[in-house]
Design a protein around this ligand. Structure first.
Ligand SMILES: Nc1nc2c(ncn2[C@@H]2O[C@H](COP(=O)(O)OP(=O)(O)O)[C@@H](O)[C@H]2O)c(=O)[nH]1
Ligand SMILES: [Mg+2]
Length: 599
């Protein structure tokens, strides 16, 4: 069976303002799961309840200041909130703190419930709370006065929640799964079960998932949503996932299960910081620059259900380099909350770069700040590629960006302009090498890879494929290297003489007279102007084929003398040609004096 989408809404608000009681009234379920919570009448950890009127799953969070981390783990993956303020309690410290958290996370959907309306006139609190929420990312939300004791306002609240969830975006079911775990426990006979809020994407039984951080693979053995078993569940949903695989044993809140191959775990990111949010007692508004400058270096980084110590280095223009104490699966545009556990200040961060360059050169931080100032965090594959020149397709997908075109080689994407530049450099490189070493033309792909600073030799081949360069003897070489000016006259003289008598190779005296030493002959051969049959025995490039043709016309087998005569040359040259043909397998010696032609 396929799971239908059930939107998830988290509670928020000061301790003892009636959050858990309201959920009890709405759902008939008990959000305080622990005996200690029920004995103390205090929510400590997250609670999970749901109703079908309307279809909503709730994550109930603790309001007490001591349990803010649990609150953050609950609201982190949830896009909507039921904000609770007691009519007789009024706006309180944790009302403010929770609102700051929601604003920092950028939560845009919510309903305001003023509870305990049987104990005091809800109107003034309702007006004040609505006004405060209105100044945050929540904006204008529907507000309802309720009483869990008299039942006043509950139908109106259900209706408002129905409108809230109907307005929530339904995300792409094919989105890559990142399930932040908020509970992990063992069920006798079934093994490990983890629960979480599945924001987007689809989970299926028998699916393989990767554990963030360790990279271990686990398999979905069973899948439940709101205590009903499904073959497939699409986000948004609350899910309980029964896992197969030994690695599941170590899972806990803050870990994440991922679509394998689609996420990268990163330990260093660049972010844009929002204005600071401080609790009401020390409320202050600061510009982003001021926030960065005042930020302590050590903060807790919250995203999803994870909380990780982080080192923050302001770069300027409201941006910072954040180093996490353990890598997390993060993508461009992710929203994170940085929190100072000392003074409870929170800072919002938008991920601008999940693969930032090292800041090891002088002035690098300033240059980086200038670059970051132009970024928004919205994943833009073409822009990523433009900044990086080359990158792996898998890395781009893991960032959350879409490759703007097909790879140039293997898994490598290249920015068009960068690629054209590399191609130009490749041609110049070969040209310069050939000019300096005409006797040894061409470069090995590895030499090119190093000279161009490329990460993969396949890129060299792909670069060369679009040029006039040819593969010769395992090297990348110009289609034909040009014969240097100074040798042209002498080589032309030899070629003229050979044109008249193809096997009358010039002797040592003639070569010396023309100034053609061993190196010059090597250059002429590389340029395709002459063929060195043996050192000092020089013919025209097609001479061996011509010799085969002539020898094939002789009675087989034949002697060196017969060959010499047929080719019209000296014994020295005939022997050199025959030995070369032996080496090439075109002729074969049958005894001391005779050869036959083959093939
Ligand atoms: N009279 C009255 N009491 C309420 C109402 N809602 C909650 N309470 C009481 O307020 C106290 C705190 O409620 P609780 O749900 O635990 O608050 P939470 O900390 O926000 O979850 C409990 O003693 C509840 O019985 C209400 O609508 N009317
Ligand atoms: Mg509670």
């Amino acid at each position: 069976m396929k799971g239908t989408n059930v939107h998830v809404v988290a509670t928020a608000g000061h301790v003892d303002h009636g959050k858990s009681t309201l959920l009890r009234a709405l759902t008939g379920m008990e959000p305080d799961r622990w005996a200690e919570e029920r004995r103390r009448g205090l929510t400590i950890d997250l609670g999970f309840v749901w109703t079908s009127d309307p279809d909503v799953a709730f994550v109930d969070v603790p309001g007490h200041e001591r349990f803010i981390s649990n609150m953050l783990a609950g609201v982190g993956p949830v896009p909507a909130v039921l904000f609770v303020v007691a009519a007789d309690g009024g706006w309180q410290v944790q009302s403010e703190e929770h609102l700051a958290v929601l604003d920092t996370l950028g939560v845009r959907h919510g309903v305001l419930a003023v509870t305990r309306a049987d104990l005091a006139d809800p109107a003034p609190v309702l007006a004040e709370a609505a006004e405060r929420l209105g100044r945050t990312s929540l904006g204008g939300v529907e507000a309802v006065a309720v009483s869990a004791v008299t039942g006043q306002g509950l139908p109106e609240l259900r209706a408002a929640l129905g409108r809230l969830t109907a307005a929530l975006p339904v995300p792409d079911p094919s989105a890559d799964v990142r399930l932040w775990i908020d509970r992990a426990f063992t069920v006798d006979g079934r093994g490990v079960v983890v629960t979480g809020t599945l924001g987007r994407g689809t989970l299926r039984t028998a699916q393989t998932l990767k554990i963030a951080g360790t990279g271990d693979l686990v398999e979905v053995r069973g899948l439940h949503s709101l205590q009903v078993a499904y073959e497939e569940v699409r986000g948004p949903a609350r899910v309980a996932v029964n896992l197969r695989g030994r690695a599941a044993a170590g899972l806990r809140r803050g870990d994440a299960l991922l679509d394998p191959e689609r996420w990268a775990e990163v330990g260093e990111v660049d972010v844009r910081l929002d204005e600071t949010h401080a609790p009401a007692a020390r409320a202050r508004v600061a510009r982003a620059d001021g926030a960065a400058a005042r930020m302590p270096g050590q903060l807790i980084w919250h995203i999803g259900s994870a909380a990780v110590p982080a080192r923050v280095r302001p770069l300027g223009s409201g941006t910072a380099r954040v180093t996490l104490s353990r890598p997390l699966p993060l993508r461009l545009g992710d929203r994170a909350l940085l929190r100072d556990p000392g003074n409870r200040d929170v800072y919002g961060a938008t991920l601008l770069d999940v693969r930032p360059p090292a800041l090891d050169r002088r002035g690098a931080a300033r240059a980086r700040a200038a670059e970051l100032a132009t970024l928004t965090g919205a994943p833009d594959g073409a822009a990523e590629l433009r900044r990086r020149g080359l990158m792996r397709r898998a890395d781009m997908l893991a960032m959350g960006a879409t490759p703007p075109g097909p790879p140039v080689a293997g898994d490598w994407l290249a920015d068009g302009e960068h690629w054209a530049g590399l191609r130009g450099r490749l041609l110049r490189l070969v040209e310069e090498h050939d000019r300096a070493h005409p006797e040894d033309p061409g470069l090995t792909p590895e030499a090119v890879r190093q000279a161009l600073g490329l990460p993969d030799r396949a890129l060299v081949d792909a670069l060369a494929a679009g040029t006039s360069l040819r593969r010769r003897r395992g090297r990348l070489a110009a289609a034909l290297p040009v014969l240097p000016e100074r040798l042209r006259g002498a080589v032309a003289a030899v070629r003229r003489e050979l044109a008249d008598a193809p096997f009358a190779a010039p002797d040592a005296g003639r070569l010396a007279e023309l100034g053609l030493d061993a190196r010059a002959l090597a250059i002429a051969e590389a340029a395709g102007a002459l063929l060195r049959v043996q050192p000092g025995v020089v013919l025209l490039p097609g001479a061996l084929e011509e010799a085969v043709r002539i020898l094939a016309g002789l009675a087989q087998p034949f002697t060196v003398a017969q060959a010499r005569q047929a080719m019209g040359t000296s014994r020295r040259v005939a022997l050199a040609v025959l030995q070369r043909l032996d080496g090439l397998g075109r002729t074969r010696r049958v005894d001391d004096a005779h050869r036959v032609i083959l093939g």
